[in-house]
Write a protein that binds this ligand. Sequence first.
Ligand code: PLP
Length: 236
Amino acid sequence: MMEKLSAKEFDANYKTILEKLDKALLKTNKSPSDVILLAATKTVDVDTINYAISKGINFIGENRVQEFLSKYDMISPVHKHFIGHLQTNKVKDIINRVELIHSVHSLKLAAEISKQAVKNNRHIDILLEVNIGNEESKSGFASDEVLDAVMEISKYDNISIKGLMAIPPICENPEDNRQYFKEMYKLFIDIGDKKIDNSSMDILSMGMSDDFDIAVEEGANLIRLGTALFGKRIYY
Ligand SMILES: *Cc1c(COP(=O)(O)O)cnc(C)c1O
């Protein structure tokens, strides 16, 4: 769990983030309204999340199905995304609640999301997760597989591809990830240019607490922030 955060600490964290974001945006042609700030709320208690929402957070993302479900009804109505590793057999548990799944890492998972969406008469938006650092420990499509994956998954029923997501390697210096963010942006633009039916490259979800400013400079329009907003997590 996390230590409970005071309102004052949250306010200060949020202010710092918005200032850093503004600075990064100056190096782009985007304005603050072009970038979604999603709060990564794993381990964060419902009261703290609702406080954050009262302060202007409109998007939250959870990592684990169980935690997503247990908090879901108590969290104020905002956009609720799933950002963690999703197992095929858990798709049915979130299909009626989730608005966007960031972390679609295989055709098999996409097929199951489609199947459950059809069954529940839902339409689900997804992002494809790209294993941009080619790490064995991480799931996601390799960069040279993404286009084929978009072409295949875009044929599935009741599912729309809205963009790409990545978690670059953990590194000491956030600048080291700039190259990965650049590669992601290039993929995002190149795939978007192909204008594949039933897919659009609208959302580029990348950048976390340590490197969101660099991600935004390189073209991210959805950043996922946990620690920077809520403080250090004691576990995962
Ligand atoms: C936890 C998490 C984040 C936020 O990480 P911080 O470094 O705490 O900002 C972002 N994305 C995903 C997928 C996460 O699991």
